[in-house]
Design a protein around this ligand. Structure first.
Ligand SMILES: C[S@@+](CC[C@H](N)C(=O)[O-])C[C@H]1O[C@@H](n2cnc3c(N)ncnc32)[C@H](O)[C@@H]1O
Length: 264
């Protein structure tokens, strides 16, 4: 599917897809990385392996707001972003030159490590409801960056305090927790007034459930975005901050996903 995907991507770029998405999306098809990027990936993956070996158990907040236990290996390999999509996040962070990044759903800090390891990132904040995971995320992020902050709180409570501190606008937002229709749109509504022009919003697991798919379909038609891309696992939306309605692009099929088919 890679040649078809690259062909589709070039067509979308020619049709006005924001150029910053070219390199991260190409990576999903050709897997190519520069040596410095590979070094970042290897460094984050070493952190993941250390998490998997941790003898402790952890508690996470699931999409229904219920706390439930996971082993360290489940935290590292199931709850955290995998290598491929983590690398994609890193490439987005670099390509968009995001100076400020906000993540909802910190877990052990693996996606945070990928996002914050860009030389352009000046401030990375992640919110995590589980105290022990927040502590682990802070430890892991601290190995790569002194610009990372972990807030141990429920998302809504953290946003009350955090959002006004993003005075120059958020450059990249990653929504990876509380995967429900109402919750996803609620957090987006809260973030929108603080998004900088050209900001990237990444929605994880848009095919997790009927509700998440419905939330993504809403984003695809939402005023204020310039462009959206259905990238299979992720929904990508580029903020215009004006009254435009987005041009919606679909790369799901060449990436191995079906449109409208969700898993849970
Ligand atoms: C899928 S995991 C995040 C994985 C992480 N982004 C990564 O890839 O490394 C979702 C996390 O969000 C947290 N979470 C879910 N709902 C939350 C809420 N309403 N407030 C705070 N944390 C929440 C969970 O405890 C869990 O650690």
């Amino acid at each position: 599917m890679a040649p078809l995907g690259l062909y589709e991507l070039r067509r979308m770029l020619a049709d006005g897809l924001p150029a910053q998405l070219r390199r991260p999306l190409e990576f999903l098809f050709d897997g190519r990385l520069e040596p410095a990027e590979r070094q970042v990936v290897d460094g984050v993956e070493r952190i993941r392996e250390a998490v998997a070996r941790d003898p402790r158990g952890f508690r996470v907040v699931n999409r229904d707001g219920v706390v439930h236990p996971l082993t360290a290996s489940q935290v590292a390999h199931r709850a955290s972003i995998n290598r491929e999509w983590g690398t994609f996040l890193h490439l987005c962070s670099r390509s968009f030159g995001a100076r400020t990044i906000l993540e909802l759903g910190g877990c052990a800090g693996i996606s945070g490590c990928y996002l914050t390891a860009s030389e352009r990132c000046e401030r990375f904040v992640t919110v995590e409801g589980s105290a022990e995971l927040a502590a682990l995320a802070a430890e892991n992020l601290g190995r790569l960056s002194d610009r990372a902050e972990v807030v141990n709180s429920l998302f809504d409570d953290a946003l009350d305090r955090l959002l006004p501190t993003f005075r120059d606008g958020i450059g990249l937002a990653y929504l990876d927790g509380h995967h429900k229709y109402e919750a996803t749109l609620h957090y987006l509504e809260r973030l929108e007034p603080y998004l900088g022009g050209g900001a990237l919003v990444v929605f994880d697991d848009i095919r997790l459930s009927r509700g998440m798919w419905k939330a993504w379909r809403t984003v695809e038609g939402r005023e204020g975005f310039a462009a959206t891309v259905d990238a299979g696992r992720f929904g990508l939306a580029v903020w215009a901050g004006s009254t435009t309605t987005p041009v919606s692009h679909d790369l799901s099929l060449p990436l191995g996903f079906l449109r409208g088919v969700y898993t849970g």
